[in-house]
Design a protein around this ligand. Sequence first.
Ligand SMILES: Nc1ncnc2c1ncn2[C@@H]1O[C@H](COP(=O)(O)OP(=O)(O)OP(=O)(O)O)[C@@H](O)[C@H]1O
Length: 249
Amino acid sequence: MTSTGGNETTALRLEGVDYAYEGMTMHFDLAVTAGEWLAVIGPSGAGKSTLLDLVAGFLAPDAGRIVIDGADMAGIAPAERPVSFVFQENNLFAHLTAAENVGLGLAPRLSLSRETRARASQALAEVGLAGFDDRRPAEMSGGERQRVALARAFVRDRPLILLDEPFAALGPALRREMLALLDERRRRAERPITILMVTHQPEDARGFADCVAFLERGRIATLGPTESVLDGNETPGVADYLGQATRPS
Ligand SMILES: Nc1ncnc2c1ncn2[C@@H]1O[C@H](COP(=O)(O)OP(=O)(O)OP(=O)(O)O)[C@@H](O)[C@H]1O
């Protein structure tokens, strides 16, 4: 356990984190306050997924420290980290039912205890999937599968949720509904839930995120309150990315 330097409200801190792929070196310094919803935006290949993979522990930094909830994550496996993640697809085990997939968030066993089954069932109902317990992923729509993934993330009850374009394949109405579900869950939580969400949809950030990090070429080029970053006046790259004309000064 390592101190974050006395700032108890910092949920996530990246200090001088370096990561290099062949031909691309990334460097991240970042602090996210507990309870904050941070949208991560930027051009394709900027390093958004790499940033989330480093936090999740799927990648190990070449240098620097990642601190979550006050604990240094060096050498901590993804499953042991206080995080939940939802990706764009393939979040579920195809051979397991919805309840079993959610149950894995509660106990790493395939046969569900009565209590686990009841909690999984309730979690499914809370994301609008009452009665879906015995459906397998192939028997559900893309939106329903993502709801199951969200239900699993919710029952895990971890303080940090990582979302890598989880609703990108869904239509705008369904996307908003999912984001609203997440928002509601965040508001109802007893402990603060911090969210890092990679998105290519500026309106998702506008509607839900407190802050936006704009990534460019493996760096966080801008980080600030949602409206001021998306305004695009401070960083020309943001305006280009959003397809806006940079306003004359
Ligand atoms: N497994 C890999 N091996 C080598 N290079 C990789 C690998 N994965 C990603 N990269 C490179 O690292 C850089 C950052 O990739 P990353 O997936 O983090 O970007 P991104 O911002 O999430 O992009 P997108 O919006 O297209 O998903 C890119 O230049 C990419 O080509």
